[in-house]
Design a protein around this ligand. Structure first.
Ligand SMILES: [Zn+2]
Length: 318
Protein backbone atom coordinates (compact mmCIF):
# COMPACT_ATOMS: atom_id res chain seq x y z
CA UNK A 1 0.00 0.00 0.00
CA UNK A 2 1.23 3.45 -0.91
CA UNK A 3 1.98 5.56 2.16
CA UNK A 4 0.95 9.17 1.61
CA UNK A 5 3.97 11.41 2.19
CA UNK A 6 3.72 15.16 2.59
CA UNK A 7 5.94 17.38 0.42
CA UNK A 8 7.43 20.24 2.38
CA UNK A 9 10.28 22.76 2.27
CA UNK A 10 12.45 23.34 5.31
CA UNK A 11 14.81 26.24 5.93
CA UNK A 12 17.20 26.33 8.86
CA UNK A 13 19.22 29.37 9.91
CA UNK A 14 22.70 29.09 11.45
CA UNK A 15 21.43 30.80 14.59
CA UNK A 16 19.20 28.69 16.83
CA UNK A 17 15.56 29.71 17.26
CA UNK A 18 11.99 28.45 17.18
CA UNK A 19 10.71 25.85 14.73
CA UNK A 20 7.68 27.18 12.86
CA UNK A 21 5.39 25.04 10.71
CA UNK A 22 3.37 26.85 8.03
CA UNK A 23 0.66 24.74 6.47
CA UNK A 24 -1.51 25.29 3.38
CA UNK A 25 -3.83 23.06 1.36
CA UNK A 26 -5.52 21.20 4.19
CA UNK A 27 -8.50 21.84 1.93
CA UNK A 28 -8.01 21.26 -1.79
CA UNK A 29 -10.25 24.15 -2.91
CA UNK A 30 -8.44 26.91 -0.98
CA UNK A 31 -5.89 28.31 -3.40
CA UNK A 32 -4.47 31.56 -1.98
CA UNK A 33 -2.80 29.74 0.95
CA UNK A 34 -1.06 27.39 -1.52
CA UNK A 35 0.24 30.31 -3.60
CA UNK A 36 1.25 32.20 -0.45
CA UNK A 37 3.23 29.09 0.56
CA UNK A 38 4.99 29.08 -2.82
CA UNK A 39 5.86 32.77 -2.36
CA UNK A 40 7.04 32.14 1.22
CA UNK A 41 9.33 29.33 0.06
CA UNK A 42 11.08 31.89 -2.18
CA UNK A 43 11.13 34.60 0.50
CA UNK A 44 12.04 32.72 3.67
CA UNK A 45 15.17 31.18 2.17
CA UNK A 46 16.79 34.62 1.81
CA UNK A 47 15.48 36.26 4.96
CA UNK A 48 15.60 33.68 7.75
CA UNK A 49 18.07 34.73 10.45
CA UNK A 50 17.22 32.36 13.30
CA UNK A 51 15.38 29.11 13.82
CA UNK A 52 13.70 26.79 11.37
CA UNK A 53 10.71 27.24 9.06
CA UNK A 54 8.88 24.32 7.46
CA UNK A 55 6.34 25.08 4.73
CA UNK A 56 3.74 22.63 3.43
CA UNK A 57 2.17 24.06 0.23
CA UNK A 58 -0.46 21.30 -0.16
CA UNK A 59 -1.27 19.16 2.87
CA UNK A 60 -3.96 17.12 1.15
CA UNK A 61 -2.81 16.43 -2.41
CA UNK A 62 -5.72 14.12 -3.26
CA UNK A 63 -8.17 16.91 -2.34
CA UNK A 64 -6.15 19.40 -4.40
CA UNK A 65 -6.08 16.97 -7.36
CA UNK A 66 -9.87 17.18 -7.43
CA UNK A 67 -9.99 20.89 -6.53
CA UNK A 68 -12.30 19.94 -3.67
CA UNK A 69 -12.42 20.33 0.09
CA UNK A 70 -12.43 16.56 0.51
CA UNK A 71 -9.77 13.95 -0.27
CA UNK A 72 -10.21 11.09 -2.76
CA UNK A 73 -11.63 9.01 0.12
CA UNK A 74 -14.35 11.61 0.75
CA UNK A 75 -12.82 12.73 4.06
CA UNK A 76 -12.29 16.31 5.23
CA UNK A 77 -8.67 16.48 6.41
CA UNK A 78 -9.63 19.14 8.96
CA UNK A 79 -11.96 16.62 10.63
CA UNK A 80 -9.54 13.68 10.42
CA UNK A 81 -6.63 14.70 12.70
CA UNK A 82 -4.66 13.11 14.30
CA UNK A 83 -5.19 10.54 11.55
CA UNK A 84 -3.89 7.04 11.02
CA UNK A 85 -0.69 6.13 9.14
CA UNK A 86 -2.19 2.86 7.91
CA UNK A 87 -5.60 4.33 7.06
CA UNK A 88 -7.04 5.91 3.91
CA UNK A 89 -5.30 8.67 1.95
CA UNK A 90 -6.68 11.55 4.06
CA UNK A 91 -6.06 9.67 7.31
CA UNK A 92 -2.44 9.16 6.23
CA UNK A 93 -2.05 12.86 5.41
CA UNK A 94 -3.41 13.69 8.85
CA UNK A 95 -0.94 11.31 10.52
CA UNK A 96 2.03 12.79 8.63
CA UNK A 97 1.04 16.41 9.32
CA UNK A 98 0.32 15.55 12.97
CA UNK A 99 3.89 14.32 13.36
CA UNK A 100 5.19 17.57 11.88
CA UNK A 101 2.97 19.64 14.20
CA UNK A 102 4.22 17.76 17.26
CA UNK A 103 7.82 18.44 16.19
CA UNK A 104 7.18 22.20 15.80
CA UNK A 105 7.21 25.05 18.34
CA UNK A 106 4.56 27.10 16.50
CA UNK A 107 1.93 26.34 13.86
CA UNK A 108 0.26 28.59 11.28
CA UNK A 109 -2.53 26.90 9.26
CA UNK A 110 -3.80 28.91 6.28
CA UNK A 111 -7.32 28.56 4.88
CA UNK A 112 -10.00 30.38 2.87
CA UNK A 113 -13.75 29.86 2.52
CA UNK A 114 -13.13 27.40 -0.34
CA UNK A 115 -15.73 27.16 -3.09
CA UNK A 116 -18.67 27.68 -0.74
CA UNK A 117 -17.90 30.70 1.47
CA UNK A 118 -16.45 34.19 1.49
CA UNK A 119 -14.80 34.95 4.84
CA UNK A 120 -13.84 38.28 6.39
CA UNK A 121 -10.08 38.18 7.12
CA UNK A 122 -9.42 36.60 10.50
CA UNK A 123 -6.71 34.99 12.56
CA UNK A 124 -8.14 32.44 14.98
CA UNK A 125 -6.98 30.22 17.79
CA UNK A 126 -8.39 27.81 20.35
CA UNK A 127 -8.87 29.19 23.86
CA UNK A 128 -6.13 27.02 25.33
CA UNK A 129 -6.28 26.00 29.00
CA UNK A 130 -2.63 27.02 29.41
CA UNK A 131 -2.43 30.81 29.92
CA UNK A 132 1.13 30.83 28.46
CA UNK A 133 0.08 29.10 25.26
CA UNK A 134 -3.04 31.27 24.99
CA UNK A 135 -0.92 34.40 25.31
CA UNK A 136 1.52 33.19 22.63
CA UNK A 137 -1.40 32.49 20.31
CA UNK A 138 -2.82 35.98 20.90
CA UNK A 139 0.58 37.43 19.99
CA UNK A 140 0.81 35.31 16.83
CA UNK A 141 -2.70 36.41 15.79
CA UNK A 142 -1.81 40.08 16.44
CA UNK A 143 1.39 39.74 14.42
CA UNK A 144 -0.45 38.15 11.48
CA UNK A 145 -2.29 41.47 11.27
CA UNK A 146 -5.74 40.69 9.87
CA UNK A 147 -8.78 42.74 10.94
CA UNK A 148 -10.40 40.06 13.12
CA UNK A 149 -8.82 38.09 15.95
CA UNK A 150 -11.07 35.29 17.03
CA UNK A 151 -10.43 32.93 19.94
CA UNK A 152 -12.92 30.07 20.15
CA UNK A 153 -13.88 27.04 22.23
CA UNK A 154 -10.96 24.61 22.57
CA UNK A 155 -12.92 21.36 22.47
CA UNK A 156 -13.23 20.91 18.70
CA UNK A 157 -11.64 17.64 17.50
CA UNK A 158 -10.04 16.67 14.20
CA UNK A 159 -8.25 19.92 13.30
CA UNK A 160 -4.56 20.76 12.96
CA UNK A 161 -5.24 23.02 15.93
CA UNK A 162 -6.57 20.05 17.93
CA UNK A 163 -3.22 18.25 17.47
CA UNK A 164 -1.34 21.44 18.37
CA UNK A 165 -3.56 21.93 21.45
CA UNK A 166 -2.86 18.40 22.69
CA UNK A 167 0.89 18.74 22.00
CA UNK A 168 1.10 22.16 23.70
CA UNK A 169 2.15 23.86 20.44
CA UNK A 170 0.89 27.47 20.10
CA UNK A 171 -1.17 27.60 16.89
CA UNK A 172 -3.27 29.95 14.81
CA UNK A 173 -5.32 29.46 11.67
CA UNK A 174 -6.21 32.17 9.20
CA UNK A 175 -9.23 32.58 6.95
CA UNK A 176 -9.77 35.11 4.17
CA UNK A 177 -12.00 35.21 1.10
CA UNK A 178 -13.02 32.19 -0.93
CA UNK A 179 -15.44 31.50 -3.74
CA UNK A 180 -13.30 29.77 -6.33
CA UNK A 181 -11.29 32.63 -7.84
CA UNK A 182 -7.77 33.54 -6.80
CA UNK A 183 -7.28 36.93 -5.17
CA UNK A 184 -3.77 38.46 -5.16
CA UNK A 185 -4.62 40.68 -2.16
CA UNK A 186 -5.17 37.57 -0.04
CA UNK A 187 -1.88 36.02 -1.16
CA UNK A 188 -0.05 39.23 -0.21
CA UNK A 189 -1.81 39.47 3.16
CA UNK A 190 -0.92 35.85 3.95
CA UNK A 191 2.74 36.24 2.97
CA UNK A 192 3.01 39.43 5.04
CA UNK A 193 1.11 37.81 7.90
CA UNK A 194 3.46 34.83 8.09
CA UNK A 195 6.49 37.14 7.84
CA UNK A 196 4.95 39.26 10.61
CA UNK A 197 4.74 36.22 12.88
CA UNK A 198 8.34 35.23 12.06
CA UNK A 199 9.44 38.80 12.84
CA UNK A 200 7.53 38.74 16.14
CA UNK A 201 9.41 35.52 16.99
CA UNK A 202 12.73 37.28 16.15
CA UNK A 203 13.41 34.89 13.29
CA UNK A 204 13.59 37.52 10.53
CA UNK A 205 14.41 41.23 10.54
CA UNK A 206 11.51 43.56 11.14
CA UNK A 207 12.23 46.26 8.54
CA UNK A 208 9.24 45.43 6.32
CA UNK A 209 6.80 45.73 9.17
CA UNK A 210 3.21 46.48 8.13
CA UNK A 211 1.18 49.14 9.93
CA UNK A 212 -0.92 47.31 12.54
CA UNK A 213 -4.56 47.25 11.40
CA UNK A 214 -7.43 48.28 13.64
CA UNK A 215 -8.85 45.02 14.84
CA UNK A 216 -11.93 43.34 16.22
CA UNK A 217 -10.85 41.04 19.02
CA UNK A 218 -13.30 38.40 20.22
CA UNK A 219 -12.80 35.45 22.52
CA UNK A 220 -15.84 33.20 22.54
CA UNK A 221 -15.96 30.41 25.12
CA UNK A 222 -19.33 29.09 23.89
CA UNK A 223 -19.22 25.38 22.92
CA UNK A 224 -18.73 24.91 19.16
CA UNK A 225 -18.10 28.65 18.66
CA UNK A 226 -15.38 27.98 16.09
CA UNK A 227 -17.41 25.54 14.02
CA UNK A 228 -18.35 27.59 10.95
CA UNK A 229 -20.47 24.95 9.24
CA UNK A 230 -22.98 24.91 12.11
CA UNK A 231 -24.05 28.54 11.69
CA UNK A 232 -27.25 29.98 10.10
CA UNK A 233 -28.64 26.77 8.56
CA UNK A 234 -30.65 27.05 5.33
CA UNK A 235 -34.36 26.50 6.08
CA UNK A 236 -35.03 24.95 2.66
CA UNK A 237 -33.42 23.74 -0.57
CA UNK A 238 -33.01 26.24 -3.38
CA UNK A 239 -30.98 29.12 -4.75
CA UNK A 240 -29.55 31.44 -2.11
CA UNK A 241 -29.26 35.11 -2.97
CA UNK A 242 -27.39 37.06 -0.26
CA UNK A 243 -28.58 40.49 0.87
CA UNK A 244 -25.45 41.29 2.90
CA UNK A 245 -21.74 41.52 2.20
CA UNK A 246 -18.82 40.15 4.19
CA UNK A 247 -17.49 42.74 6.64
CA UNK A 248 -20.80 44.64 6.73
CA UNK A 249 -22.34 45.64 10.10
CA UNK A 250 -25.84 44.24 10.53
CA UNK A 251 -28.70 44.37 13.01
CA UNK A 252 -30.80 41.56 14.49
CA UNK A 253 -33.66 40.77 12.12
CA UNK A 254 -31.96 42.32 9.10
CA UNK A 255 -32.46 40.45 5.82
CA UNK A 256 -29.52 38.05 5.30
CA UNK A 257 -30.74 36.66 2.00
CA UNK A 258 -33.47 34.82 0.18
CA UNK A 259 -33.77 31.18 -0.84
CA UNK A 260 -35.91 30.50 -3.87
CA UNK A 261 -37.01 27.15 -5.24
CA UNK A 262 -37.05 27.82 -9.00
CA UNK A 263 -39.27 24.83 -9.71
CA UNK A 264 -42.28 25.94 -7.66
CA UNK A 265 -41.26 29.60 -7.33
CA UNK A 266 -41.54 29.62 -3.53
CA UNK A 267 -39.18 32.00 -1.72
CA UNK A 268 -38.18 32.24 1.91
CA UNK A 269 -36.36 35.10 3.57
CA UNK A 270 -33.54 34.42 6.02
CA UNK A 271 -32.91 37.03 8.71
CA UNK A 272 -29.93 37.69 10.95
CA UNK A 273 -30.32 36.21 14.42
CA UNK A 274 -27.85 38.62 16.01
CA UNK A 275 -26.25 42.02 15.68
CA UNK A 276 -22.64 42.31 14.57
CA UNK A 277 -20.27 41.90 11.67
CA UNK A 278 -20.90 39.59 8.70
CA UNK A 279 -17.98 37.21 9.34
CA UNK A 280 -18.65 34.76 6.56
CA UNK A 281 -21.23 34.30 3.84
CA UNK A 282 -22.36 31.51 1.57
CA UNK A 283 -21.32 32.37 -2.00
CA UNK A 284 -22.17 29.10 -3.76
CA UNK A 285 -25.81 29.67 -4.66
CA UNK A 286 -27.31 26.18 -4.68
CA UNK A 287 -28.12 25.22 -1.10
CA UNK A 288 -29.72 22.29 0.65
CA UNK A 289 -31.66 22.43 3.90
CA UNK A 290 -29.23 22.75 6.79
CA UNK A 291 -26.29 24.17 4.79
CA UNK A 292 -24.72 27.12 6.58
CA UNK A 293 -25.59 30.46 4.97
CA UNK A 294 -22.93 32.33 6.90
CA UNK A 295 -22.11 33.62 10.34
CA UNK A 296 -22.09 36.77 12.45
CA UNK A 297 -19.32 37.97 14.72
CA UNK A 298 -21.19 39.60 17.62
CA UNK A 299 -19.04 42.73 17.91
CA UNK A 300 -19.82 46.39 17.73
CA UNK A 301 -16.51 48.21 17.98
CA UNK A 302 -12.91 47.80 16.97
CA UNK A 303 -10.02 48.08 19.42
CA UNK A 304 -12.02 46.64 22.31
CA UNK A 305 -11.47 43.21 23.72
CA UNK A 306 -14.73 41.31 23.69
CA UNK A 307 -15.27 38.11 25.69
CA UNK A 308 -18.27 35.79 25.44
CA UNK A 309 -18.69 33.50 28.43
CA UNK A 310 -21.11 30.61 28.37
CA UNK A 311 -24.00 30.69 28.84
CA UNK A 312 -24.33 33.89 26.82
CA UNK A 313 -23.16 36.44 29.36
CA UNK A 314 -21.22 39.10 27.58
CA UNK A 315 -18.58 41.40 28.98
CA UNK A 316 -16.32 44.14 27.69
CA UNK A 317 -12.79 44.41 29.02
CA UNK A 318 -9.51 46.05 28.12
ZN1 LIG B 1 -10.08 25.31 4.97
Amino acid sequence: MKIETIKYHRFRAKTAGPRVLICAGVHGDEFEPMLAAVELIRTVEDTLEAGEVTIIPVANTSAYAQGLRYGADGLDLARTFPGNSSGSVTQQCAASVSEMIRAADYLIDMHTGGRLYDIYPLAGYMLHDSPEILEKQRKMAEAFNLPVIWGTDNSLPGRTLSVARDAGVPAIYVEYGGGGEVNATIIRAYVRGCMGVLAALNMIADHNKAMPLKKYRVEDYTTDSGHLQSKLPAPKDGIFMPAVRVGEKILTGQLWGTITDPINGASQEVRAGAEGLVLFLRVCARVNTGDSLGGILPVAEQEKFFTIHPPETVSYGK
